[in-house]
Design a protein around this ligand. Sequence first.
Ligand code: PGA
Length: 241
Amino acid sequence: MRILIAKDYDGMCQNGANLIAAQVLLKPESVLGLATGSTPCGIYDRLAGKYSAGELDFSAVRSVNLDEYVGLPPENDQSYRYFMQKNLFSRINIRPENTHVPNGLAEDIEAECRRYEQQVADYGYPDLQLLGIGLNGHIGFNEPAGDFPALTHRVALTESTINANSRFFKSLDEVPRAAITMGIGTIMRAKKILLAISGENKKEIARAAICGPVTPQVPASVLQLHPDVTVILDEAAAALL
Ligand code: PGA
């Protein structure tokens, strides 16, 4: 693992945007694995800025997102499709047909999981996968569990995740209880992984994921076994490393 520590959130986002921009410059038809959450917002801002400045071209880029809530339509401002449109896709020249987010409204969620896994496989898996980390160590919506799920699947969200995500909803009751997520096996097939961690409240889980034992109880710890991971942190999140 390469560890890059920046002074603050802005510096961490700068590092993240530079690494993603380098990937797109080196391979314009890159497959980017993308993430939602508050952590990547500043990274997406900078990528949109680089596009506006004429420094980056996304016209050949393909993207696959990690996850989506079950039951939320794309127009719902808490759906991850909505998040991606607002924070990145509408601000750059990526082709809409080249962007993929699991369909949380699919009638048959199991079939949608298989279709999505196949889509990611058909693309040859991401050249670069961006990840955040949950307070419980989840990546995508792979929650602490007894094993590492291999493929895209339906998950019941844990209490910790429902509580953490309730800040984006009007009430706790509105937070979806289930999601579709790439599996740990799907994520581990990415050629490069960029894990972004920011803030004092992530310092314990950052240490557990990076320095602790590899265990499905801390899903992000599996990244220690991947051959090409860069972790970008701010000083607050890196405090216990
Ligand atoms: P956050 O979420 O960036 O909003 O903290 C990260 C995650 O849960 O993966």
